[in-house]
Design a protein around this ligand. Structure first.
Ligand code: ZN
Length: 113
């Protein structure tokens, strides 16, 4: 967490940006307090990003952001949609399996009578 004098110094920097704080949800200046060079995912060398640590000027809490190319963000959104569809399909299959197990149990009980 940043102290108030540290935050005042940071707010005077040219690097401040208006952002939505993930902690307090206020849309306020959240200046960069630390910036890392370009990184990449080891398993996905085509995904590169820049990591920044920011401090919220409203609640003073620190959080990380990443800057990546827009194409990577679009791919992430597409993959998230695909995962949602798979999860919905998985839930439908689970319900069908559960119903089939109940029918099987009823049949087994009738056979044992
Ligand atoms: Zn905040």
């Amino acid at each position: 967490m940043q102290t108030v004098p540290q935050m005042e110094r940071l707010l005077s920097d040219a690097t401040k940006s208006i952002m939505c704080c993930p902690h307090c949800k206020e849309i306020v200046p959240c200046p960069v307090v630390k910036s890392e060079g370009n990184k990449q995912f080891i398993k996905h060398k085509d995904i590169q990003f820049r990591e920044r640590k920011r401090a919220c000027s409203a609640c003073l809490q620190v959080f990380k952001t990443t800057e990546c190319d827009y194409k990577s963000l679009e791919e992430l959104i597409l993959k998230r949609d695909e995962v949602q569809k798979l999860l919905q399909e998985n839930n439908k299959l689970k319900r069908k399996i559960h119903a089939a197990q109940e029918h099987l149990s009823i049949l087994q009980n009738r056979l044992s009578e």
